[in-house]
Design a protein around this ligand. Structure first.
Ligand SMILES: *Cc1c(COP(=O)(O)O)cnc(C)c1O
Length: 383
C-alpha cells in the first residue's frame, strides 16, 4: 500500500455488529478483548501467546479494542499489530538489566501521580487505565490494575504543588490514557490547570486516536478547544495503524487547532525497518501529525523480545535524516535507565572537533569542514 492510502477498518472480520455500534466508543470499550476465551475465539494463538495471555492477568492486563484487533492479520503470527497487544510468554522472563520502573518515576513524585524531573515541566498521571494495553508499557507496574502496584493520584495535591512551583510552565497529562476520562472530568482537570497562571503550556499524551478513534467525538474536540494552547501527542508505531478512521479523528483534532505530535517506540519485529517507519511518518504528515520522538524501548521487565539495539536504531535514523522531509524525522531518544530523562542518541554527524574546526559528514557520508570563528577580544584587534 502506498503511503497515501488510508484503508477503512470496518467491522468485517469482527462479525455481525451494526455500523452504529461499531462507531460508538462505549460499544468499542464494552467489547474489548480482555480474556483468553475471547481472544482464542477470534485468533488462533501460538503456544507462546496462549501461555503469555494466561500470565498477563498477573502483570499487565490483556486489553484490545475491536477497532485495533481488526487491524491484525490473522494469518500472520508475526503481524506487527499483533506483536504490540497480544501477550507472549517472553513477558514473564526478566532479563538482568530490566526494571519495573525503568524511568525512575516513583522516586520523582513530590505528589502521588505528579512526576517532576525537569526544571520547568511535569508529567501528571490522571488515570491508570488505557483503551488497549501495549505489551511493552513503560508504566506496566501501575497501569491496567493487574500488577502488584497501585497508581495513587492526588489531583488536588498536584494543583497545590503547581501553585507553589511557578517555575513549572509545562504540564504533560498522561497515564494510563487521559482521553479515557469522561469529557466532564477532563474538562475539569484542564480548567483547574488553566487557572494556575504559571502554567503556560498543557499537552496530553494519548493513544486513543489510534486504539479508539471513535472516542474523538465533536463534543470532545469542542471541549479540548476551550483550553488552548493545548498540544496532543499520539502514539503510532506502524503505518497500518493509520486507518481512514484514525485519519478522520486526527483531522478533527487538527481542525480544532490542536498541534499534533507522534511518539513511536522502536520495537523489534514491529517497526525496526527504515522503510516501515518512513511510511508511518509520511502518513502522519498527511494527517498533520509531526513525528516528535522515536523512543528506544525502555528496559521494562519482560521486554527483551521487543527490544532492538541502540546501534540498529541509529542505523535506521541514518536512513531517514536527509533522505526524506525533515518534518518526517523524529528525535531518537532513550530514557536514561533508572531516571536520567530523555537523552537524544543521534546518530551524530560530527566526525571530529578541534579548536578551530568541526569535521562533519552529511547524509551521504561526504565529509565537510566548518571553520570555527575566532572571537578575539576587541583589544587584540586594536593591537
Ligand atoms: C517526557 C517527559 C516530559 C516531557 O519531555 P519533553 O522532552 O519536553 O517532551 C516531562 N516530564 C517527564 C517526567 C517526562 O518523562
Amino acid at each position: 500500500m502506498s503511503a497515501r492510502e488510508f484503508a477503512a477498518n470496518p467491522p468485517g472480520a469482527w462479525g455481525p455488529v451494526s455500523t452504529e455500534d461499531w462507531n460508538d466508543p462505549a460499544w468499542q470499550l464494552r467489547n474489548r478483548i480482555q480474556s483468553l476465551e475471547h481472544l482464542e475465539s477470534r485468533l488462533r494463538l501460538t503456544p507462546e501467546e496462549r501461555a503469555g495471555t494466561i500470565l498477563a492477568g498477573k502483570k499487565l492486563a490483556l486489553g484490545i479494542t475491536p477497532h485495533f484487533f481488526n487491524l491484525i492479520d490473522r494469518q500472520d503470527p508475526d503481524c506487527p499489530i499483533r506483536r504490540q497487544v497480544v501477550p507472549r510468554v517472553e513477558e514473564s522472563i526478566t532479563s538482568p538489566e530490566e526494571m519495573t520502573d525503568p524511568c525512575g518515576e516513583d522516586g520523582r513524585m513530590p505528589v502521588p501521580g505528579l512526576v517532576h524531573r525537569y526544571p520547568d515541566r511535569v508529567l501528571l498521571l490522571v488515570t491508570d487505565r488505557c483503551a488497549s494495553y501495549c505489551r511493552y508499557c513503560t508504566r506496566s507496574r501501575v497501569v491496567s490494575g493487574a500488577g502488584e502496584q497501585e497508581l495513587s493520584i492526588d489531583l488536588e495535591g498536584a494543583y497545590d504543588y503547581l501553585k507553589k512551583h511557578p517555575e513549572v510552565r509545562d504540564v504533560l497529562i498522561s497515564g494510563g490514557d487521559p482521553l479515557l476520562l469522561s469529557d466532564a472530568k477532563l474538562d475539569h482537570i484542564l480548567g483547574r490547570l488553566r487557572q494556575i497562571s504559571s502554567v503556560e503550556f498543557v499537552r496530553i499524551g494519548s493513544r486513543i486516536p489510534v486504539f479508539l478513534p471513535q472516542r474523538i467525538t465533536h463534543d470532545l474536540v469542542a471541549m479540548l478547544k476551550k483550553h488552548h494552547p493545548l498540544f496532543l501527542s499520539i502514539h503510532a508505531n506502524h503505518p497500518r495503524e493509520i486507518t481512514a478512521e484514525v485519519r478522520d479523528a486526527l483531522s478533527r483534532l487538527a481542525d480544532a487547532g490542536i498541534p499534533l505530535g507522534n511518539q513511536s517506540v522502536l520495537l523489534r519485529g514491529v517497526n525496526d525497518q527504515a522503510d516501515t517507519l518512513k511510511e508511518l511518518f509520511h502518513k502522519l504528515l498527511l494527517c498533520r501529525v509531526r513525528p516528535y520522538y522515536l523512543y528506544q524501548c525502555d528496559l521494562i521487565t519482560g521486554s527483551a523480545h521487543l527490544r532492538t539495539t541502540l546501534r540498529e536504531g541509529q542505523e535506521i535514523m541514518e536512513q531517514l535524516r536527509g533522505h526524506t522531509t525533515g518534518y518526517a524525522v523524529p528525535t531518537y531518544v532513550v530514557d536514561g535507565p533508572g531516571g536520567g530523562g530523555k537523552i537524544p542518541i543521534g546518530p551524530s554527524y560530527i566526525v571530529g572537533m578541534t579548536d578551530d574546526r568541526v569535521i562533519l559528514k552529511n547524509f551521504r557520508g561526504d565529509v565537510y569542514e566548518y571553520p570555527e570563528i575566532s572571537h578575539s577580544p576587541v583589544s587584540d584587534l586594536r593591537g
